[in-house]
Write a new protein. Structure first.
Length: 101
């Protein structure tokens, strides 16, 4: 019996760069949460609290960037993410590392 179907487990390694703006009750705990997750996933980019919400630019393998978006949409326990908007951006966010701006 063959359990493989298509390209399962393959792909997602292509480099991508995105910008996400998260809205809701966020604050410092959300920023620290997102910073830790991005660094754990070895993504490059930055995070900043802006008047319209928390803005994130992230770059790395597509599968890891997608995982980062999902985990941040759940956030830490004291955050309440109402919604977020993701858009693709040109690669070259940061050379290395993830920082707070």
């Amino acid at each position: 019996m063959n359990f493989e179907s298509g390209n399962f487990g393959q792909g997602g390694q292509d480099l991508c760069a995105i910008e996400i703006i998260y809205h809701g009750k966020l604050g410092e705990s959300f920023v620290e949460f997102a910073l830790n997750r991005a660094r754990r996933l070895s993504l490059n980019g930055w995070i900043s609290i802006q008047p319209e919400g928390v803005k994130v630019a992230a770059q790395g393998p597509e599968a890891l960037v997608d995982a980062f978006e999902i985990v941040c949409s759940l956030g830490p326990l004291d955050a309440d993410i109402v919604d977020w908007h993701r858009s693709d951006i040109a690669a070259g966010v940061n050379h290395t590392g993830f920082e707070r701006r």
